[in-house]
Design a protein around this ligand. Structure first.
Ligand SMILES: *Cc1c(COP(=O)(O)O)cnc(C)c1O
Length: 229
């Protein structure tokens, strides 16, 4: 068995265990394999092991891979920072975007989504740690942002995404993950029907699942450590 296939099985086992421990169904948690810096050949191996959803952070890196893997039924997720000048390529090439933090970006994505494709699935990224360096809308802005995005014709607002602070303090991490869940609950209480909490990565997927993650984004635990940029 390849390293990737073993690593994928190990991650799936972690998801199963974490779900069972909090009495959730493992099927309620989707695994996105984060493939930034990973070659198209390695993605093919993961695909052959049954993985279908892949996450990319950089448009310029993703496009050649998407082109090289067009023969596969991959669901592509865009999870990186998104500038206005890249929205068209994202609207044309991805099924999901997790990193919308401004209404203007969502509006462009909606306008640029090709007619023949289903609506683009969108999560709003929230800055749950309050760190100035972090992307995402401030929690206080999320209700207004969600209401604006939910009206766009070629967007399907699915939920919220966050990257909690990298810290060994699990209680702090937990509080940030819980904030995202509370925001989602608040939006649903106001009449939205959000089914997605995109949170949890290689190091914190268990805590994220305990706090309600429905979609975990896992890179290095599947493909190995990335070179630091
Ligand atoms: C890189 C990345 C991940 C995966 O991180 P790992 O620690 O490698 O699992 C998840 N989400 C986002 C937004 C990323 O940029």
């Amino acid at each position: 068995m390849t390293t990737i296939s073993k690593a994928l099985q190990a991650v799936q086992a972690r998801i199963q265990r974490a779900a069972t421990q909090c009495a959730r169904s493992p099927e309620s948690i989707a695994l996105i394999a984060v493939s930034k810096t990973v070659s198209a050949d390695a993605l093919r191996i993961a695909y052959a092991c049954g993985q279908r959803a892949f996450g990319e952070s950089y448009v310029q890196e993703a496009l050649p891979k998407i082109a090289a893997l067009q023969d596969l039924a991959i669901e592509w997720h865009f999870i990186g920072p998104l500038q206005s000048n890249k929205t068209k390529l994202v609207a044309q090439n991805f099924a999901w975007v997790h990193s919308v933090e401004r209404a203007k970006i969502a509006q462009r994505l909606s306008e640029q989504r090709p007619e023949g494709l289903p609506p683009l699935n969108v999560c709003l990224q929230v800055n749950v740690s309050g760190e100035a360096s972090k992307s995402g809308a401030a929690p206080a802005e999320v209700v207004a942002l969600a209401q604006a995005v939910a009206t766009l014709p070629k967007i399907k607002l699915r939920g919220l995404m966050a990257i909690p602070q990298a810290t060994d303090d699990v209680s702090k991490q937990r509080a940030q993950l819980r904030l995202l869940r509370d925001l989602r609950d608040q939006l649903n209480a106001q009449g939205l029907a959000l089914d997605t909490l995109s949170m949890g990565m290689s190091d914190d997927l268990e805590v994220a699942i305990a706090e309600g993650a429905t979609l975990v984004r896992v890179g290095s635990a599947i493909f190995g450590e990335r070179e630091k940029a």
